[in-house]
Design a protein around this ligand. Structure first.
Ligand code: E4P
Length: 217
């Protein structure tokens, strides 16, 4: 399963990339707002950190303006994936862009039928939002299972990109189901590393090592 980082914080992306944990990056308008930086400049900087897909979202609601915004965004770098909302205009934009060889991430997916539409429109990625789905009393991971089943039934190439990941169990379940990608905030990716028995083990080994009086090298 590929790991994308869901942030516009370039320092965090750099740090995780050094551990080989960044296969791509996702941003959205809220994350850009949080960064306090200029959108195009941040996307360009991120594209310089990773060769993987970097999702940059259009903000127009109509197809024509979405295409104009996508034109600006895709000029930034070859690894920009245009993020479009799951609306009829978004799907139309998805089809036009993917027909033209541009990667597209269809975002704000909350049903398996929506995911089916995105695949038919040729999406490179579909982003089902599991955390937000859980928030309103549905089972976000069931949505991922349903999409996996449907995409496998028809051999769709669209990659399932699990989004709105809030905790390590979302990551574990995504991997068990066979999602292609998950995108999580840096904090959640770091949580995957932590285990109290690892910490306790290191503590014990170092205490015993000290007793040997030896050094390495
Ligand atoms: C990713 O592409 C989404 O924009 C992101 O995962 C949304 O996460 P949130 O529901 O925590 O805002």
């Amino acid at each position: 399963m590929k790991f994308f980082v869901d942030t516009a914080d370039t320092a965090e992306i750099r740090e995780l990339a050094e551990s080989g944990l960044v296969d791509g990056v996702t941003t959205n308008p809220s994350l850009i707002h949080k960064s306090g930086r200029e959108f195009l400049e941040v996307v360009e900087e991120i594209c310089g950190i990773t060769d993987g897909p970097v999702s940059a979202e259009v903000v127009a609601l109509d197809h024509e303006t979405m295409m104009k915004e996508a034109e600006v965004l895709r000029k930034i770098a070859d690894n920009v994936a245009i993020k479009v909302p799951l609306t009829i205009d978004g799907l139309k934009t998805c089809k036009a862009l993917t027909d033209d060889g541009t990667m597209v991430n269809v975002t704000l997916c909350f049903s398996a039928n929506q995911a089916l539409l995105a695949a038919k429109a040729g999406a490179s990625f579909i982003s089902p939002f599991v955390g937000r789905h859980d928030d309103i009393g549905f089972d976000g991971m069931q949505l991922i299972s349903d999409i996996r089943l449907i995409y496998d039934n028809y051999d769709f190439d669209t990659e399932i990109l699990v989004a709105s990941v809030r905790h390590p169990v979302h990551v574990l379940e995504s991997a068990r189901i066979g999602a292609d990608v998950m995108t999580a905030p840096p904090k959640v990716i770091r949580q995957l590393v932590n285990h109290p028995l690892t910490d306790k083990g290191i503590e014990g080994f170092l205490a015993d090592w000290k007793k040997t009086g030896q050094t390495i090298g």
